[in-house]
Ligand binder design. Structure first.
Ligand code: COA
Length: 168
């Protein structure tokens, strides 16, 4: 039985985090999704005075500290309640699941949110993903089902179209 370490990510982890981001995209049946590269992760998470995101990683404790999971978050803002922690990704490699690691990563992000003064923790999940069950057991509420919210996204090309006549 392996022992695991859960810790804050450092800049040098970005290559392995990128590898796991790809594993998550493959799992979500969107292998061409991640366009990001290691350098962008390094710059946005670790090279700035005000990092855009934070990340917790899980690794096997031993000589070869293989990274086997991560949870990546950033701070969002609610006009109703103030700061919210947004869990962008949570992932555990298949052979290490069902050993409590996902739970530890999730709970660590919740703790981090409280430490940062957040009022809630938000995330999204595909409708077919069994992780829906994992989240429900954590006490999370499906806001689409409860209040009919839909998650929208405007791509960069459409953003550019809209901004040609903006003045501010
Ligand atoms: C979701 C995920 C992170 C959970 O990680 P994990 O290490 O397997 O979770 P844990 O071992 O801590 O399990 C915690 C509990 O949730 C349950 N659970 C975990 N994954 C589950 C799943 N996919 N479906 C149903 N229940 C699940 C476990 O049975 C366990 O319940 P218990 O404590 O009552 O025994 C992992 O399954 C994963 O990486 N999935 C693929 C990526 C993914 O879907 N990420 C979320 C994208 S939105």
């Amino acid at each position: 039985m392996n022992n695991f370490i859960i810790r804050e990510a450092v800049k040098e982890d970005c290559k392995e985090i990128r590898r796991l981001i790809q594993e998550l995209a493959d799992f979500e049946k969107m292998p061409n999704g991640p366009q990001i590269d290691t350098k962008v992760l390094e710059d946005d998470g670790f090279n700035s005075e005000h990092p855009i995101f934070g990340c917790i990683v899980a690794e096997v404790d031993g000589e070869n500290k293989e990274m086997i999971g991560y949870a990546l978050y950033f701070i969002a803002y609610s006009t109703w309640m103030g700061k919210a922690i947004y869990l962008e990704d949570i992932y555990v490699s298949p052979q290490f699941r069902s050993q409590g690691l996902g739970s530890k990563l999730f709970d660590t992000i919740a703790k981090k949110g409280l430490e940062l003064g957040c009022c809630r923790m938000d995330f999204r999940v595909l409708n077919w993903n069994p992780a829906n069950e994992f989240y429900a057991r954590k006490g999370a509420v499906d806001m689409t089902r409860l209040e009919g919210w839909h998650h929208y996204s405007l791509n960069k090309a459409n953003m550019e179209k809209l901004t040609s006549k903006t003045t501010v």
